[in-house]
Design a binder for this molecule. Sequence first.
Ligand code: EPU
Length: 338
Amino acid sequence: MPAIQTAVDLTPFNTLGLPACASHFVRLQSASELVALRADPALAALPWRVLGGGSNLWLQDDLDALVLKVEIPGRTLLREDADAVYVAAGGGENWHDFVLWTLAQGWGGLENLVLIPGTVGAAPVQNIGAYGVEVMDRLCELTAIHLQTGEHRVFRNADCRFAYRDSIFKHEEAGRWLIAQVVFRLPKAHQPSTAYGEINKELAALGLPATPQAVAQAVINVRNRKLPDPAVLGNAGSFFHNPLVDAATRERLLAEYPALVSYPQADGRYKLAAGWLVEQAGWKGRNLGPVGMYEKQALVLVNHGGASGQDVARLAAAVQADVQARFGVQLITEPVRW
Ligand code: EPU
């Protein structure tokens, strides 16, 4: 049975750096360790919470729960066919290190997703994405363990019901599964996606052709310029979703704000740049208590030190109210709340 710690401060386990005490905490090296935990009646009686890198987490309160910190390792080439390699990674692998490893093996496909904080097992939950690629574009299947029954289930890509920053693990199946392993399909005839203007510009500045390694370098440079390093300034990446609106709403906004930033979607709707809305509402670089909206990217909520979950809630509500009042658009918060 893995060692159970009690009364653990979660501040170091969430990149926003918010304090909250977990009544019970355990580090898992293998999915099989769940069996012994479930056999312990005191532990089985607690709610269980699955923790990855804590990079998309908004802690609001102390937790009377067993926090399972997933540290399941593993990086393996499972098989290959004429078209692709199939690579498995343990749920506890650091996402960025895993991406760099695939690139070092000569397998492209994940380069646009380099430097995203967090773990492999957490990546499918919110369908992480950046610079025109989402994890759903490369995920073949995953194996998850049901927290209560111990059932091992394979979720194929379609079973995960992926959408923009969304999956079945945020809805019907929320809180039920621990993602132990993810299998990626990385195509052999891979053309890196450089549709995103900033990446193209950075490649040109670097004077490099669009190889997977060069795209990774371009993404790293762009991210480092705009996004705060959580080790230096607490944050959980984008704090709000980019809102999806219908064409009529976009027309109405464009008439009043010709500079509105929006992107057409396949379904006829438009995605608005929430960072633009937040900046226009006057929140870029502005603080409320110990938290603020980042000066270089208004969509990123930052903890300047000593903030609580309540400080975050106050700022989030103030930003949402101002964006609603000005644009009539509701911003939805992105991080998972505990
Ligand atoms: N913008 C502003 N002011 C700002 C920030 C953005 O006007 O302060 C406008 C600009 O016009 C900019 C546009 O918004 O061109 C888009 O900004 P950016 O390229 O920085 O991307 P984003 O839409 O703010 C999304 C993801 C990021 C991802 C980037 C790149 C969401 C919620 N966020 O941000 O993901 O890295 O695109 O693909 O979809 C995350 O989810 O945590 C995250 C960082």
